[in-house]
Structures are given as C-alpha cells and as structure tokens.
Write a protein of this length. Structure first.
Length: 565
C-alpha cells in the first residue's frame, strides 16, 4: 500500500470518527429527552410490584409522568420543526443530462477512475468555485429506501444510493475559460468527495448538522408574532445549543473529508492539475474585474449583460495580452473549451448571467421594461453612453440647485462643459460643497430606484420554486462589488462623464467597452485612458490647465451644448 493510500485510509477513518462523534451528540440529546419517561416507567413498574407505595410515591410517580409528557411533547415539536426546516440551497442553474451529455460522460469517467460514486446531477454557479452539495434534505435517512447499488470503478467498490448522491456544482467561468483537460483536473478532487458523501455515518452527520443550521436560520427570520415566534425561538435556542456542541467535530470532519478527497485525486492528472490551478487564479481575477468594472454599471442602469461567461473569456484574454506574467495563456485558446461540453452554451450563459445579476445586485427572475438583457455589441450605446449622460445631467442639476450661473448668458438652458470648468476653477469656489451635493444626489437616486421585492420575484418564477426565496430579496454579500466612494471620487466621476459626453457630441468620439476597466472613451477608434489625471487636477486642485490641454488635443469644444438624458 502506497503512502497516498495509507494517508487516504487514515483521513477516511478520521472523518468517520468525527461523524460518529456528531451522531453521539444526537444520541445524547435523545437520551436526555427520554430520561424522564424512563424514570416514570421505573416508578410505575415498582408501584405495580408493591414497591415504593404510599401517597408520597404516588405523587412522585404522577409528577414525573407529567414532566415526562411535557418533555416528550416539547422534544417532538422541536424535532418536527428541525426536520421541516428548509436548509439553504445554493442558487444555481441546473444542467440536465440531455443538455450536457459530454459533461456528464466526463464526470462519470472521472468518478470511475477515482473509484467513487458519480454525482446525481450537475448545476452551474456564477462564481469561481466548485463543490458538492447534498440536496436530499427532507425525510432524513428515508432517502436510502430506494435501494443501494454497487458502483465499481478503478478496482474499488462504493455502496451508494443513486438518488442520494450529491449534486456537483461547477463555477460557470471555469467552463468558458478552461480547456476540457484542465476542467477535468480541477474537478478531480471535488468529484472524489462523493466517496465520503456515500458513507452512511458521514451522510447522517451532515443531515443532522444541516437541519440544526436550518432551524437556527428559521428562528432568526423576522416577521413572526409573539404566539408563533415563541416556539420558533425556543427551537432555535435548542438548535444553537446543539450546534455549539457540534461545531468542532463538524469542522474537523469536513477537513478530513476534503483531505481524503484531495489524496484520492492525486493520481488523476496531477501534473495538469498544477497548471490548471494557475488558470483558477486567473479566472478569479478576470471574473472579479468583469463584475465590478463591466457588469455593475449595467446592473445599475437596469440592464444585465446576457453573456457574462463569454465576457470573462474576453477579459482574461485581454489580461493575458497586457500582463507579461500571463504570456502563453492565450495560446491555450486553440484547444477545446470546456463549454463545448454543453449542448447550448449560449442558453446556459444567459441563465447564469441573470442569476449573477440577482445574486450580486438584486433583481427579478425575468426580464421587464426596467430589467432587460443587453448584448456586448449594444453595451457601449445602452450602458456606457447612457451612464455618462445620466451622470452629466445629475451634475448640472446639482449646479442648478446651488445657483451656479450658466456659462453662456445667451442661452442659459443649454448645458455645457464650460460651466462646470468655470465653477471648479474659479477662485474661492466651494468644491467641497459641489462634492457633497453630488453625493447626496446619488444617495437620493439610489433610494428612489425600485427594488424588486420577494413577491415580484416569486411571481416571476412561480410561487415556492425560486431558490432565492430562502435568501430574501436583498443581494447576497458574497463579496463587496465596489467599496463606498467619497464625495470627491463621485464628483470626479461625474466631471469625467461630462467630458466624455462633450467629446462624443463635439469631437466625434464614441463610447466603448474595455473588458478590464469597463466604460471607455474611444477617440479615432483608440481608447483614451489618460483622462483621469487632468480631471483630478481640476476637481482636487482647481487647476483647469491639464484638462484644457487634453480637450484641445482631442478637439473638444467646451462651449458647445451637450445632450443629456
């Protein structure tokens, strides 16, 4: 037996030991519940045999019986509440086998090679991660009644009920960026985890912990009255008490399960897995930039890019071109991408893109007048240009509220860039006041923006069928898409937007899209990335000369009117 096999065996035994420890906690809880009933049975049996007689012992017997009944009824109610609690299921896009036969075949071959059960199904998540998720929450251990079968592969046998095998959740950016061989190497340690998931003790321990966690979450949910809330609160208190006792064992069990899966997968595409991990890190970087710089401005405009996964390929290709450390990564694009394993990658991309918009920003489950998809070809016109003109209009509204006079007395209603520059570069001008006004205006506009409630989301997806119902209507705080901006930063963004509008209207420039930086200004077909410095000189120092030089170079007329929304 090799060192890897020995380590795998030790890890499996350690995980099973922790699972048994969790089940012992459950058994001790049950024993504590039935102890009063057992004492009552002993007392009544003793009385029936002529022992412990007299009115005092009769009173003790009936008192203990009363306590036992109350404890049993309370425990039964708590057990039913925990069993009926709905554990949170990760919002994903399901992938049916008929829609991805090649992907299912790849995963099953991988499971055979690892000697573990194949996942029961697959799903996509709009994030750079992959994991196994057990979705057999209801019914406890009853899910195993469907009959066990032996799944053989790689000279090993694993006993598993197919309908209780976990679901394999795959990060959608991996499918589009990685090549087929790289995806197989990355999924190997994940799929290897189905071996531990098939163990009855580990599966039972996980169900026990998930039920407790769901009961705690239910108890924390608002909106219940006193009469209904008191039992739920008590159930949550019991569940939290048990969870505290389980925390260390559960964490150690999952650590041992992960270590065991990793060791089992070491023999599968090990050399390729090292290279594939570099692509995982690159995918994280590109996905983060795409969401924060490109998708977020569109979401704020009521548009959701419908091809985010295709966009991450463009973003990562651009990153590979710019970053010398990524040299050679773009040459991989000649190999078969993993998204070819899907029958309709475009439809899957659109579904995960909508889910990403809902998870990270909030929004209804279906498109509507104020929540529409946008293609990448339409992005510059429908998002970038509209964003600039919206911010420019807000800037002029704040100037109007401050009583700032127009640059041209002949036509005071015409918005011009000259008005903004004169105000910011004039002596004694309160720039801080304008920044505060912009910040307040942005906050007011954000507060007025319609936020879809749970009723709207559920109506769109069908009552009770929306996986986001468990999470509520707010965006999930998976990671901060953008840190809070100061008033000065907002003012600089609005001034830059006004400059871009003037460049488009008076100098023949055009809105564009940079895959890594988002909205971009194109002059003669080339991106101008040098606007930020002169704008900051004007906003922070009141010095208009750098910006005037930039405008003269591009050919922008400050005195010409600018179209606003």
């Amino acid at each position: 037996m090799s060192g890897i096999d020995v380590g795998e065996e030790l890890g499996a035994r350690a995980a099973q030991a922790r699972a048994l420890a969790l089940l012992r906690i459950r058994s001790r809880a049950v024993a504590a519940v039935i102890t009063p009933a057992a004492v009552a049975v002993v007392l009544f049996a003793a009385g029936a045999q002529g022992h412990l007689g007299g009115p005092v012992w009769d009173g003790v017997r009936w008192a203990v019986l009363g306590v036992a009944v109350v404890v049993l009824l309370t425990a039964a109610a708590v057990a039913v509440a925990i069993a009926r609690a709905r554990p949170a299921v990760s919002p994903t896009v399901p992938v049916a086998e008929e829609g991805a036969p090649d992907l299912y075949r790849l995963v099953r071959d991988l499971a055979d090679r690892l000697g573990v059960p194949a996942p029961s199904a697959m799903a996509l998540t709009p994030d750079c991660d992959s994991w196994l998720e057990d979705r057999t929450h209801r019914g406890g251990d009853r899910g195993r009644r469907g009959g066990d079968r032996t799944h053989r592969g790689g000279g090993k046998a694993a006993l598993v009920a197919k309908d209780t095998a976990p679901v394999l959740v795959i990060g959608s950016p991996f499918l589009w960026w990685m090549r087929v061989a790289e995806l197989r190497a990355v999924l190997a340690p994940v799929v290897a985890g189905t071996g531990s998931a098939a163990h009855p003790d580990i599966a039972a321990a996980r169900r026990f912990v998930r039920g407790l966690d769901a009961a705690v979450a239910d108890a924390a949910a608002p909106g219940r009255g006193v009469l209904r809330g008191a039992p739920v609160t008590f159930t949550g208190w019991v569940a939290r008490l048990l969870l505290r006792a389980c925390r260390e064992h559960a964490a150690e069990m999952e650590r041992c399960v992960a270590a065991t899966a990793s060791m089992r997968a070491q023999g599968v595409d090990y050399a390729l897995r090292i290279a594939a991990q570099e692509q995982v890190g690159l995918a994280y970087a590109g996905w983060d930039r795409l969401l924060t710089r490109v998708a977020l401005p569109a979401w704020r405009m009521g548009r959701w890019p419908s091809r985010l996964d295709a966009g991450v390929v463009s973003a990562l290709t651009e990153l590979s071109r710019r970053d010398r450390l990524a040299d050679g990564f773009a040459s991989r694009l000649g190999e078969r991408p993993a998204c070819d394993l899907l029958e309709e990658p475009g439809a899957a991309d659109e579904a995960t893109s909508l889910l990403a918009a809902r998870l990270f920003h909030g929004g209804p489950a279906e498109s509507g007048p104020d929540w529409a998809p946008v293609d990448w070809q339409q992005y510059p016109e429908e998002v970038v240009d509209r964003k600039w003109r919206t911010e420019a209009a807000r800037l002029h509204r704040v100037l109007d509220a401050m009583g700032v006079p127009p640059a041209s007395a002949a036509d005071p209603a015409v918005p011009t860039l000259a008005r903004v520059m004169e105000h910011l570069s004039g002596p004694g001008t309160p720039g801080e006041e304008l920044a505060a006004g912009i910040g307040a205006a942005v906050a007011r506009d954000d507060a007025r923006a319609p936020a879809p409630g749970p009723a709207q989301q559920t109506a769109a997806a069908g009552a009770g069928s929306d996986p986001l119902d468990v999470w509520g209507p707010d965006p999930l705080p998976l990671f901060p898409l953008q840190p809070p901006r100061t008033g000065t930063e907002l003012l600089a963004d609005h001034v830059a937007a006004m400059v871009c509008c003037a460049a488009v209207d008076t100098a023949g420039a055009a809105p564009g899209l940079d895959w890594l930086d988002g909205p971009a200004l194109l002059v003669d077909g080339e991106r101008r990335a040098d606007l930020a410095t002169p704008v900051l000189s004007l906003v922070e120092d009141g010095d208009p000369d750098p910006l005037r030089s930039w405008l003269a170079e591009v050919g922008v007329r400050c005195d010409k009117p600018v179209r606003l929304v």
